[in-house]
Design a protein around this ligand. Structure first.
Ligand SMILES: Nc1ncnc2c1ncn2[C@@H]1O[C@H](COP(=O)(O)OP(=O)(O)OP(=O)(O)O)[C@@H](O)[C@H]1O
Ligand SMILES: [Mg+2]
Length: 317
């Protein structure tokens, strides 16, 4: 039966830290993560991502509901579940006086069965400074150590709480490659993030969490497709904005002389072809900020989702 089970399943998983509504961690979470997928858990600060991960690890006790990892109840089979999991905490703390090598040795001995060759390859790929005291390491270098300890015993399920926080682009790339290899080997990766582009790059499916509840679960490609992008075009000469306003998926058109700005949902084909009839100096297109994705989800992405110039310039962070 366990062979058929999803990697992670929660049913009505609920955690209140206190009695009041503002003490809500997560409320009525129903999630299913498939074996071998990268599942991105996307949500703003305070949405309940860390709470969910800590519930799966049995570090927190649910107020209501239950969770399973590979078919095992996280409370009743806590120790067995722990052995199935690799965990990268969001607020990573190691003893600052120890070297990375000591910490890895210690954690390896605790869990047993670490493949030395695999460990060495992780250290090399992520370029981890193993011989330095942890207190001397930069944030990103500490984070890399955290990634090594989460992956090193090749756990069936990896719970990674904001894994790329503090990593430079090169290391992020290496990390993405590592994640892909991991799932190709049949392992499952559950990672939290509040950055859409990161989830987009890494995950197969995404669950969007907001105020303790899941508001959407979808293929990443589908989520992006439904979300408006920001397009900015500078032409060599002024154009008639109505020409663009009439195109499918185009909304919130703003024109200023040779400069045109609008949001675009769906395929860019018509816009690109319309632009190509003019002399284009700059064509810029960027993904929506996370809150705009949420707005789209709430408003069904209809014209009502338009949220005015107040949202302009708001990044995902
Ligand atoms: N120990 C605690 N006591 C009381 N409330 C808590 C506690 N830990 C978390 N919360 C509350 O639970 C909610 C969810 O917090 P959580 O840490 O799970 O969010 P998150 O999605 O991980 O956010 P972030 O992106 O900032 O890491 C928040 O409203 C938070 O204030
Ligand atoms: Mg968190």
């Amino acid at each position: 039966m366990a062979g058929e089970a999803p990697a992670i399943r929660t049913r009505d998983l609920t955690k209140y830290y206190g009695r009041r509504r503002r003490d809500r961690g997560v409320d009525g979470l129903d999630l299913e993560v498939r074996v071998g997928e990268v599942f991105g858990f996307l949500g703003p600060n305070g949405a309940g991502k860390t709470t969910t991960i800590r519930l799966l690890l049995d570090l927190l006790r649910p107020t209501r509901g239950a969770a399973e990892v590979m078919g095992l109840d996280t409370r009743r089979r806590s120790r067995d579940v722990r052995r199935l999991l690799g965990y990268l905490p969001g607020d990573l703390t190691f003893d600052p006086t120890l070297t990375g090598a000591r910490v890895i040795d210690f954690l390896g001995a605790l869990s047993g069965g670490v493949d030395r060759a695999y460990l060495a390859s992780l250290v090399e790929r992520l370029d981890v400074a193993m011989d330095r005291r942890i207190g001397e390491l930069s944030k990103g270098n500490r984070q890399k150590l955290g990634i090594v300890q989460a992956f090193m015993h090749r756990p069936p399920v990896l719970l990674l709480d904001e894994p790329t926080a503090g990593l430079d682009p090169l290391v992020q790339q290496e990390f993405a490659a590592l994640v892909r290899e991991t799932t190709a080997a049949g392992q499952t990766v559950f990672l939290s993030s509040h950055i859409l582009s990161e989830v987009q790059r890494l995950a197969d499916r995404v669950g969007v969490i907001r105020e303790g509840a899941v508001v959407a679960v979808d293929d990443v490609a589908a989520l992006i497709e439904r979300s408006p992008r920001h397009v900015e075009i500078t032409f060599a000469a002024p154009v008639d904005p109505r020409e663009f306003a009439a195109l499918p998926g185009v909304r919130e058109v703003q024109a200023e002389g040779r400069f045109l700005r609008f949001t675009l949902t769906g395929t860019a084909d018509a816009v690109v072809k319309a632009a190509a009839r003019h002399d284009v100096e700059v064509f810029d297109s960027r993904e929506p900020a996370l809150d705009e994705v949420f707005l789209g989800l709430y408003a069904g992405n209809g014209p009502g989702a338009a949220n005015g110039p107040g949202a302009a310039g708001g990044g995902a962070r």
